[in-house]
Design a protein around this ligand. Structure first.
Ligand code: XMP
Length: 502
């Protein structure tokens, strides 16, 4: 199965590049420059954009090994600057830069086959190519007379972003690169991904044993079922009941896993989590405590099981948002799947879904026999309700939030609105607001309802429910939960907000 490697220099569009390559049936794998190496099936390399300037001291370079291979290379923005800079050309800070849709003129080149001579392309750069290295020619130029594309033998560069939908014929340019120039065979799909992943898991684990952290989410469940089909009883799933799950989570997940022959046990760790979270208000601190406590439990379980590996359901969006594909991307938050791990962790990590997008994980789950209803569940964060109870987490707040969340989701289900939103949930705000109970004024918590439309969770917009749906949920929550006096709806998009409140 042919692959194109996407070296991440920290652009927000790196994952999108991999995605666009996959749409051509070729596996686009995101890698970091530090660990760069090519395999027999590597047919080409894309160098992503990035926030730095190539002339800055300490900015990331071309991977050494890239210079010794002979597959085509396509540099995008920072990636193109690297090609030019390292071959002796000059990249400088331009007077104005170019941002947004810009008209570009294309020369004849296999990269632009089927692309009209002139079109709009999405720019986002302050630096520009001032002079070219030897043997390098311009293959595209912007209406501002800035170099928009270069070719130097097998090295190609684009100043604009073909992966962004605002670039006319951007898909065609990437498909020309993958299929025409790299000559990659279009054969990738989730079925052969599964077969290869199973082989890779067997290779990596051999005679050793694996412990799996199950969070009740789709990602950890799919990774456990996949791994169980590779190594059977050598996998042990551990479901940690930390008291911060949605209601009914435990029985549902156990039912699914056992039906699919995953060896799984439950650890009741509610006391441990609530103890460690007592008095802690800072969101990052809470995430770290939750992540660390998971690991502590796994390590204990792992020792008694004799495991050497820890399986995690990390997927592409976790990796990208944590800035772990490379050191270059800004770190947004420490998703516990990735960054909460203590450095001295004794277990080796197994992350078979690391390269997949959410919809690909669902497709894989379907292939593995997991029910549609489960796979279509809304995403649920690893730290659970811990990031939906703002400020200090207590058992009482967890109980109230579980109840409010269940009422909200049941209302959506009854009114056939659950699948209309990509994700919907309740949040507990640690403020007291006044309300009326009978004739008496009383103080209660505020519950915020949040629902968003999104594809990958990277960006999102607040979902527009019919008013009657929200009113119904609000009235059921305030009448059903004595401690809640008020319900509000979150209208913020991502960005500027995130989906979760912490
Ligand atoms: P944010 O809040 O970052 O959320 O806009 C984007 C998506 O990721 C989920 N999320 C998490 N998932 N561990 C996870 O496994 C986490 O720590 C975490 N934080 C947020 C969130 O529910 C949304 O779907």
């Amino acid at each position: 199965m042919d692959e194109i490697l996407v070296v991440d220099y920290g652009s927000q569009y790196t994952a999108l590049l991999a995605r666009k390559i996959r749409e051509n049936g070729v596996f686009g794998r995101v890698v970091s420059g530090e660990n760069f190496r090519v395999f027999e099936n590597t047919k080409g390399v894309i160098l992503s954009g990035g926030p730095q300037s190539v002339y800055e001291l300490g900015s990331p370079r071309l991977p050494e090994r890239l210079k010794q291979i002979s597959v085509p290379v396509l540099g995008i923005c920072y990636g193109m600057h690297l090609i030019v800079h390292e071959a002796g050309g000059r990249v400088v800070r331009g007077k104005t830069g170019e941002y947004g849709a810009t008209t570009v003129q294309y020369e004849e080149d296999p990269l632009f086959e089927g692309v009209p001579q002139e079109g709009e392309a999405w720019m986002s750069h302050g630096d520009s190519v001032e002079s070219l290295p030897r043997d390098c020619r311009v293959i595209a130029r912007s209406c501002n007379d800035i170099v928009a594309g270069i070719r130097r033998g097998e090295f190609l560069g684009l100043q604009f972003h073909p992966e962004v939908r605002h670039t006319d014929y951007g898909d065609r340019i990437l498909s020309n690169f993958a299929i025409r120039i790299c000559k990659a065979t279009s054969a990738w799909d989730i079925h052969n991904f599964a077969d290869r992943a199973i082989e890779r898991i067997r290779d990596e684990v051999r005679d050793e044993r694996v412990i799996a952290g199950l969070s009740g989410g789709v990602d950890s469940t799919v990774s456990a079922v996949l791994t169980a089909s590779a190594i059977g009883e050598k996998l042990k799933g551990v479901f940690v009941d930390h008291g911060l799950m949605r209601e009914g989570e435990e029985s549902e997940i156990l039912h699914i896993l056992r039906a699919l022959n995953v060896n799984v046990s439950v650890v009741d760790a509610r006391e441990l989590f609530f103890d460690r979270l007592r008095g802690v208000h800072d969101p990052e601190e809470k995430r770290k405590i939750i992540g660390k406590s998971f690991i502590d439990i796994f390590e204990k379980e792992a020792t008694s099981f004799g495991a050497t590996h820890l399986l995690q359901g990390t997927i592409m969006s976790d990796v990208i948002e944590s800035g772990h594909a490379s050191e270059a991307a800004d770190r947004i938050k420490s998703h516990h799947n990735v960054a909460g791990l203590p450095l001295e962790m004794k277990l080796k990590l197994l992350e078979p879904l690391r390269q997949l997008f959410k919809d690909e994980v669902r497709e894989l789950g379907r292939k593995l026999g997991i029910s549609e209803k489960f796979l279509n569940r809304h995403p649920f964060p690893g730290p659970g309700l811990g990031v939906r109870i703002l400020g200090e987490v207590t058992p009482e707040k967890a109980r109230i939030l579980q109840h409010a969340d269940r009422i909200f989701l049941n209302t959506l289900r009854e009114m056939q609105e659950e699948q209309a939103a990509w994700q919907a949930f309740a949040v507990l705000l640690p403020v007291h607001s006044v309300g009326l109970r009978g004739d008496k004024r009383s103080q209660g918590y505020v519950i915020a309802l949040r629902a968003v439309d999104s594809t990958e969770g990277m960006t999102a917009s607040a979902h527009e429910f019919p008013w009657r749906v929200l009113k119904k949920a609000a009235s059921k929550i305030t009448s059903g939960i004595r401690e809640v006096s008020r319900v509000v709806y979150d209208l913020t998009d991502k960005p500027p907000a995130t989906i979760e409140w912490e």
